[in-house]
Ligand binder design. Structure first.
Ligand code: ZN
Length: 393
């Protein structure tokens, strides 16, 4: 059951449409920096927040690309809590609808970012707007944070953390079907390489074939490593995984290859250090295949999240999710988000937002209006409770 009234529903719908109409595509670092992907949308959001009486500070990530941190200056609470969402979206190639149309059809707002994650942003902003109109006096300092460059590896959030941004809890806006999510895995991307010795393919015994060497690593992965991952388990996330994404080796059919590389995508359980996972993988591989030389290089990694479900601030947000979204206990998701970066900096995180992750990044991305109203109402319930007592205790 949503609690937003007719006017609030209209307001949040129009807000989401306006956000979708602003192109904030961040397909890769080069394009993002060249187009200053979040420049226009950050201006729009800043204006909205200033309209709510909030003080907004800009935290530069790269020219034209600023993270925004907003709060009400008169707030006096000892503790601080933030609603957060990223401003960028993935690219629009091969979309079957107008990516920046923001039109309404079948009770849905259509366009790039409607689900991931401008819907969360609109739901958070409408709740802040409603709180402002009712002149809520909170026991905590309430912040709103909008980050850049999430889609290219949570780099905006990392830049904000490097500036020692700190709050006592953060609600990261991502499509969770308006349910409270307390856990996701960490990610580690790495490149495994092995070397051999080149020679002419007609005299292969004179060389050492790196692809054969990597074949042994693949057998180790499928026969030994993957089954060992299935023995580990997390109550909300299941087992850690590894997937081989690419294989590259050799230069020509008639040359024995001197090099072969695999790209590896490890999804690790929260609490395990990604570096330790790689060390363990390499040690076991070297033991299993002692006659080959292997090296491993980290490409990038993000930590997981596993916020204790019994912590008071989790329970405070779980209440409205139970009441309005029919949720029982906290849940886990398979994707990662800015939450990994904030959690890595010691900021307790949960994820919450309207819509289904299945619609994120798709060719016809949409957000159900019912979800948008539901999420806005849940956040408003939660903020209202924050006038009675701290949302963190
Ligand atoms: Zn997202």
């Amino acid at each position: 059951m949503p609690r937003l009234n007719f006017n609030q529903q209209n307001e949040v719908m129009e807000l989401l449409q306006a956000l979708v109409k602003i192109n904030s595509v961040n397909d890769n670092d080069e394009q993002g920096n060249r187009d200053q992907s979040e420049k226009e949308i950050s201006g729009f959001i800043e204006k909205y927040l200033v309209g709510l009486g909030m003080t907004v500070t800009r935290h530069p990530f790269s020219p034209g690309r600023d993270n925004l941190v907003a709060h009400w200056a008169h707030q006096e609470g000892e503790k601080s809590i933030a609603l957060q969402s990223h401003m960028d979206t993935v690219g629009v190639a091969n979309m079957s609808i107008n990516p920046f149309g923001g039109g309404i059809l079948d009770g849905k707002v259509w366009g790039r970012g409607s689900c991931d994650t401008k819907g969360s942003m609109a739901a958070f902003l409408i709740a802040l707007s409603a709180a402002k109109k009712k002149n809520y006096q909170f026991k905590d300092k309430i912040y709103f944070v909008a980050t850049v460059a999430e889609e290219t590896g949570c780099k905006g959030a990392e830049a904000l953390i490097a500036e020692e941004f700190k709050v006592d809890g953060i609600v990261v806006g991502e499509p969770t079907m308006s349910r409270l999510v307390t856990a996701h895995k960490g990610t580690m991307w790495a490149e495994l390489s092995t070397t051999g010795t080149s020679c002419h393919a007609s005299l292969p015994h004179l060389g050492k074939n790196a692809i054969y060497g990597m074949g042994k690593a693949l057998s180790f992965i499928t026969n030994d490593y993957l089954p060992s991952l299935e023995k580990q388990s997390h109550p909300l996330l299941g087992n850690p995984t590894l997937s081989v994404g690419t294989v590259n080796g050799g230069t020509a059919t008639n040359i024995v290859p001197s090099s072969c590389k695999l790209s590896l995508d490890f999804r690790v359980l929260p609490g395990t250090k990604p570096e330790a996972i790689l060390d363990d993988f390499l040690t076991r591989l070297r033991t299993a295949v002692p006659d080959e030389e292997f090296e491993i290089n980290t490409m990038h990694g993000h930590g997981g999240v596993d916020t204790p479900a019994d912590s008071p601030w989790v329970q405070n947000l779980l209440g409205p999710c139970q009441k309005r979204a029919g949720q029982e206990g906290p849940e886990g998701v398979n994707y990662f988000a800015d939450s990994g970066a904030f959690n890595g900096a010691g900021i307790p995180c949960v994820l919450f937002g309207p819509g289904d992750i299945a619609q994120a990044h798709t060719k016809d991305e949409f957000l159900d209006l019912d979800q948008l109203y539901l999420a806005g109402g849940i956040v408003l319930d939660w903020l209202e409770a924050g006038c009675e007592k701290s949302l963190l205790s």
